[in-house]
Each structure stands twice: as structure tokens, then as C-alpha cells.
Write a protein that binds this ligand. Structure first.
Ligand code: HEM
Length: 480
């Protein structure tokens, strides 16, 4: 894709710019649309390489700024966050999310965030650790050595069960499955950029009708769960109980519609992203045997074959770094759009009201100014003081500022516990001819899944610092 330079004057929706941002000259919407939809990851990376940290592009009367410097991203997400709303694509998913935390704005969002926050308090989240490990154990109990499975499907199934249990106390498998199927259908339809941007939701197309039916199905299930819970007045210890009990300063609580919107938002935001994070982690581990071996050493030393518990997490620093590094290279939320609701100045550039702003974790996390050998999977890079040395927004898989992911602690705990549970018992050998391609839809998922053969591990408990039987066995088989 050829991107031509244009450093000449460009008016920004009628407002005079302090500095003129560079960007491609091709002003046609079709040109941008073609390049972007073909592969947004490649396109955004190329834009930054060719034009730098602030790039602008105009398609007809819509101007968008791509910002790739951590300091500028901090301006958008933290310092001047009040001047931005969420972007168009996320808003297009409003029929699914309703006015939930992910899509709402202003005072309404703030009230809902305050109400929901206690449900994500560290102590509350910690109480879900046992559930996470139990479901991971149940999943692998059905796995057999030598089988080939789609790792991504398995992780989706697992995180769906975990969020269904922790959110709704629903561990009836068919209920979780029913919700999952309806959600998948809607996400599938909504994740297509072309459909979202070009087809108004009210148009009775085949896709819109299917999305509407799936949304109705989903609503029926969620409203039933809410009604049953209200009637029983039971504190199930789940997130729904917390949301039901949450009270504003004036004593008001969420109505059914608000509960539905928040529940679906949490369900969706909490299930797919974590499954994706785990899927990419397994894929990276399978290609980096030395990292995998170091992870096994840590797990075998600390856990010696037993299932992990919350209390083990501080003693599993390498497992945590594996997740941190995986979220750097394959951030499930790969880009975040915003809309300027008033004129803003960032880095000397004027961004006029009505302009779009886009920041991308994919681009920034792979920038060699912040990370040596940025494409290498090296959990060790997080050993030292890297986190402290980095500009705050050189690494931001969970966003930042007031709209930072509310499930941040939940997700990191879940990913590390699931990794520790499964990696003790199994490793994955990638199926050679299966293409693994990152698809940047709303999230960054593996387009055709990740097919792998399961290899059961034989763990022999070892002393801290001692040589493991597993390693010895591995070395033997390597010598063979
Ligand atoms: C690895 C897993 C996850 C990643 C990478 C992730 C990433 C993100 C990001 C980047 C945002 C900010 C979006 C923006 O500002 O435009 C966000 C928001 C959000 N996330 Fe997550 N998330 C993950 C897991 C979870 C989990 C487990 C939950 C719930 C159980 C959750 C619930 C939410 C909600 C409700 C919001 C909206 C918060 C608000 O605007 O107030 N996420 N997430």
C-alpha cells in the first residue's frame, strides 16, 4: 500500500491548527477504507513509520488523528480525557451493550462506574480465584495426550464458564453455553468493520435481523436470571449480587435495564479478551521452548503438581511476566478510538471538535524506542526496572485514566491462574500447516483459531533450585 507524504497545510474541520500534522495525501474515503480494512495493524504501523507520532488523515468531512507517542496518549486518556468520548465503532455496538460501562458517557457513566467498582475490589476478585482454577482443572480433565484441539475454542469455553459463574453464579453448563452462543452470534456480526460502519442498524438486512434475534435471545436469559435473583434476595457472592446491592449516595439502585446492560458488558468484555490473551500466550510459548522451560521450572518448584491458589501468585513471578509480555505483543484490545467533543491541543497540534483520535496498543507496544528487540517474546525483559523506566503509556493493555479496564485485576489473576493450572499438566505442539493470523476486529483474535496437539506433562515434584525430572525427561527425549 503506497502512502504519499503530505506535509502541506490541511485545515482541521474549520479550526486553525497550531502545528500541521503530516499524513497521507489520499483524501478519498475509499482509499483509507481499503487500506484500513485490509489490515489495520499493518496500516497503522506503516502510518507511524512514515509520518511519525502524530498522523492525520481526512476522509471527506471526517478527520482522524493517529497518536503513537506515550505522552500524547496520556493526554487523551488521562490529562484531557474529559474532552473525549468513545469512538464510532464502539458506539455502533450499543444495541448489544446498551448503556453499559463500556459505551456510556458523562455523569451516567460515572454513576455506574461508582456503583460497579466495589464488585471489582481486589478482595472480592480474589474470592473468585478458586472458581477459576476449578474450571481450568475441569477443562483439562477432558483432555487426552496426543489429541488435537483448537486452543482458542478451548480458552473461550473456559473463560465463558468462569465469567458465567463469577457474574451470575450460573454454572449450569447449558445456560453458559446458551449465553455464549447468542453472544458469539452478535459479536460475529458486529465485529465486521464494513457492516458496522456502512450499514445502519435499523436497515432490515439479513445480518441485522440475525443480530436482533440473537440480542433478544440473550436479553430473555439475562432478564430471567435478574428476576430470579431479585425474587430470591440471595447473595450468591457473585458480581450480579454486588450490582443488585450497589446503592448510590441518594439511595437509588440500578433498574433491570441498567443491570442487563452492565451484566452483558461485563460478560462480553470479561470473557473474550481474557480468552484471547491466553490463546496468544499458548501460541507464543509453543514457539519459545526456552521460555516454556523456565515457566515449567517455576511451576514445578512452587506448585509441585498441585493446583495453584491465590496465595501462590506472589511466588509465580515468571508466570506473571509471561502474561505481561504476551499482552505486550498481542494486546487483545489492540486500539482505542475516541471522538473530540471540544477543541483540544496535544503536542502542539490542534485537534478540532468532531475529529476522531485513535491510539493503538499494537503500534506502541512494538515501538523499539521503548522495547529492545520489540518483536521478541522475552518475559525476562520485565525482570528489572523496565516498568518503572517506561513512559506510563508505552504499555497499556488495559487502557488508562478514568476509563481504564475495570476488570484489570480480575483478568490478570485469571490469566495467571489458568496458565499455571494448565501449563503444569499440558504443553501445546502447534499443528504445522495451520495458519495462525491475528484478526484485528474489535479485539485481536486468531482468525482461524490455533490448532495444537496436546502433550501431557509428567511432573515430578522438585526442591526449590533442584533439577526437575521433567527437564531431565525433556533433555533425554531431545537427545534421542
Ligand atoms: C486480558 C483481558 C482484558 C483486556 C486486555 C481488557 C482491556 C480493556 C481496555 C483496553 C479497556 C478500555 C477501553 C477504552 O478505554 O476504550 C477496557 C474496559 C473495560 N473492561 Fe476490560 N479488558 C480485559 C478483561 C476484562 C475483564 C475480565 C472484565 C470484567 C470482568 C472487563 C471489563 C471491562 C469494562 C466493564 C470496561 C469499561 C470500563 C469503563 O469504561 O468504565 N475487562 N478493557
Amino acid at each position: 500500500m503506497a502512502i504519499k507524504m503530505n506535509r502541506q497545510s490541511q485545515e482541521t474541520n474549520g479550526a486553525a491548527a497550531a502545528k500541521i500534522a503530516p499524513g497521507p495525501r489520499d483524501r478519498s474515503w475509499a482509499g483509507f477504507y481499503r487500506a484500513y480494512t485490509r489490515d489495520p495493524l499493518v496500516y497503522l504501523t506503516q502510518l507511524q513509520k512514515e509520518y511519525g507520532d502524530v498522523v492525520t488523515l481526512r476522509a471527506y468531512n471526517y478527520r482522524v488523528f493517529f497518536l503513537s507517542h506515550p505522552d500524547h496518549i496520556e493526554e487523551v486518556l488521562v490529562t484531557q480525557s474529559r474532552k473525549f468520548f468513545k469512538g464510532r465503532i464502539l458506539k455502533a455496538n450499543k444495541r448489544l451493550f446498551g448503556n453499559g460501562l463500556l459505551t456510556s458517557e458523562g455523569d451516567f457513566w460515572l454513576r455506574q462506574r461508582r456503583l460497579a467498582q466495589p464488585a471489582f475490589h481486589r478482595a472480592r476478585v480474589a474470592s473468585y480465584g478458586e472458581t477459576m482454577v476449578r474450571f481450568a482443572d475441569q477443562l483439562i480433565a477432558g483432555w487426552r495426550d496426543g489429541e488435537t484441539r483448537d486452543v482458542h475454542t478451548e480458552m473461550m469455553r473456559l473463560t465463558l464458564q468462569i465469567v458465567a459463574k463469577t457474574l451470575f453464579d450460573a454454572d449450569v453448563d447449558h445456560e453458559a453455553k446458551e449465553i455464549g452462543k447468542a453472544l458469539e452470534a452478535i459479536m460475529e456480526l458486529n465485529s465486521n468493520f464494513r457492516r458496522v460502519v456502512l450499514t445502519p442498524p435499523w436497515l432490515p438486512t439479513r445480518h441485522n435481523l440475525r443480530a436482533m434475534l440473537a440480542t433478544r435471545r440473550l436479553n430473555r436469559i439475562i432478564y430471567r436470571i435478574i428476576a430470579e435473583r431479585r425474587a430470591s434476595e440471595r447473595d450468591a457472592g457473585d458480581l450480579l449480587s454486588m450490582l443488585l446491592a450497589a446503592q448510590d449516595e441518594d439511595g437509588s439502585r440500578m433498574n433491570d435495564q441498567q443491570l442487563r446492560d452492565e451484566a452483558i458488558t461485563i460478560f462480553l468484555a470479561g470473557h473474550e479478551t481474557t480468552a484471547i490473551a491466553l490463546s496468544w500466550t499458548w501460541w507464543l510459548l509453543a514457539q519459545n521452548p526456552e521460555v516454556e522451560a523456565r515457566l515449567h521450572t517455576e511451576l514445578d518448584t512452587v506448585l509441585a503438581g498441585r493446583s495453584p491458589q491465590m496465595e501462590d501468585l506472589p511466588r509465580l513471578p515468571y508466570a506473571e511476566k509471561v502474561i505481561t509480555e504476551s499482552l505486550r505483543l498481542y494486546p487483545p484490545a489492540w486500539g482505542m478510538p475516541r471522538l473530540a467533543i471540544e477543541d483540544v491541543e496535544i503536542g502542539g497540534y490542534k485537534i478540532a471538535k468532531g475529529c476522531g483520535v485513535s491510539v493503538s496498543q499494537w503500534v506502541v507496544h512494538r515501538d523499539r524506542r521503548w522495547f529492545d528487540e520489540p518483536l521478541a517474546f522475552r518475559p525476562e525483559r520485565w525482570d528489572g526496572e523496565l516498568q518503572k523506566r517506561l513512559p506510563r503509556f508505552a504499555y497499556f493493555p488495559f487502557g488508562g485514566g478514568p476509563r481504564q479496564c475495570i476488570g484489570n485485576a480480575f483478568a490478570q489473576m485469571e490469566a495467571t491462574l489458568v496458565l499455571a493450572t494448565i501449563a503444569q499438566k499440558f504443553r501445546f505442539r502447534l499443528v504445522a500447516d495451520h495458519p495462525v493470523i491475528p484478526l484485528a476486529s474489535i479485539t485481536l483474535r486468531p482468525k482461524h483459531g490455533i490448532r495444537a496437539t496436546l502433550e501431557a506433562r509428567n511432573i515430578t515434584p522438585r526442591q526449590a533450585g533442584g533439577e526437575s525430572k521433567v527437564e531431565a525427561t525433556m533433555a533425554d527425549s531431545a537427545a534421542d
